[in-house]
Design a protein around this ligand. Structure first.
Ligand SMILES: C[S@@+](CC[C@H](N)C(=O)[O-])C[C@H]1O[C@@H](n2cnc3c(N)ncnc32)[C@H](O)[C@@H]1O
Length: 275
């Protein structure tokens, strides 16, 4: 099935796992809750009629609210990337750093997508003060005509989905969102993977895992939780400790670190669900 790709990239993005997740989801009569929205690729491919998307990263939520409020429109993004892309082409790394510095002083959705789409490996990483700190991808000609068209179309697709449905975007932590879900609602959770990579917006402790477990154990809604199961070196000990109470499906997935074949890491992913 063809997957709709959103304009924002982030670590742990589920583009390659959407079909697997989607297959498990039927009949959403109530509200779709996605409390760890990230790029939003899961919800935007499910396209429920009513949805509450949330995340603690204010830049992601700000971006989608700006699309909803038509501040970020396909036309505005195209024009912005054409102008900024030319400056990047001429000045390269020093211009990238200039945009990153101004974003860290006064963040806005346009500079956010610029940085997201020309930083190293499309990473989203913030330092301990919440400043974006990913280096440049070192391609001054990053914003070619076709790349700008691709991003503009991604914004257009998401904008059309948001316009034709009833979606809200909140900058909140999961514990403030999950308790609102009722019997006919559906919660999809994709928290930062415990015991794995972490940064300012992606720190995740055992306390968080336990809090999430308690909330999901007590929710009247159906839920799916994505988490890692094991790789060749170790296993996710929290599956036995907490999540074994529910149904668990697994699937092999390759994570690419850079372009080299030898940097493909195999991970067994899990979907944990209560229905
Ligand atoms: C693995 S990513 C989600 C990826 C997303 N499913 C996708 O496919 O793009 C985890 C997200 O959880 C967010 N997050 C971290 N701690 C959170 C918290 N306490 N409450 C809500 N969101 C949180 C991060 O900002 C990040 O966007």
């Amino acid at each position: 099935m063809s997957i709709l790709v959103p304009p924002i990239k982030c670590q742990g993005i589920k583009t390659k796992l959407v079909d697997w997740i989607k297959f498990k989801i039927t009949n959403i009569n109530g509200i779709w809750y996605e409390p760890f929205m990230g790029s939003g690729v899961v919800g935007f491919n499910i396209q429920p009629k009513n949805a509450v998307f949330s995340d603690t990263n204010p830049h992601l939520i700000g971006f989608y609210n700006d699309i909803k409020n038509q501040i970020v429109s396909p036309e505005a993004i195209k024009e912005y990337l054409e102008i900024e892309g030319k400056k990047l082409f001429i000045e390269g790394d020093s211009y990238y750093k200039e945009v990153r510095a101004r974003f860290n002083i006064s963040p806005n959705s346009f500079d956010f997508i610029f940085l997201n789409r020309c930083c190293f490996n499309g990473m989203m990483r913030f330092n301990s003060k919440g400043g974006f700190n990913v280096p440049f991808c070192r391609k001054p000609n990053r914003f070619t005509k076709s790349y700008i068209t691709k991003i503009t179309n991604q914004v257009k697709n998401i904008s059309n989905i948001i316009k034709s449905n009833n979606y809200s975007f909140f900058c909140d932590s999961f514990e403030d969102i999950i308790p609102s879900a009722k019997k006919n609602d559906f919660i999809y959770c994709d928290p930062p993977y415990i015991d794995r990579y972490s940064d300012y917006f992606n720190s995740w402790s055992e306390k968080d895992e336990l809090k999430l477990f308690e909330l999901l154990k007590n929710t009247p809604s159906r839920f799916i939780l994505s988490t890692w199961n094991h790789n060749q070196y170790r296993k996710n000990i929290y599956i036995e400790e907490y999540w074994d109470l529910f149904n668990i499906d697994t699937k092999e997935h390759f994570y690419h670190l850079g372009a080299k074949e030898k940097n493909r890491n195999i991970m067994i992913e899990s979907l944990i669900y209560n229905f």
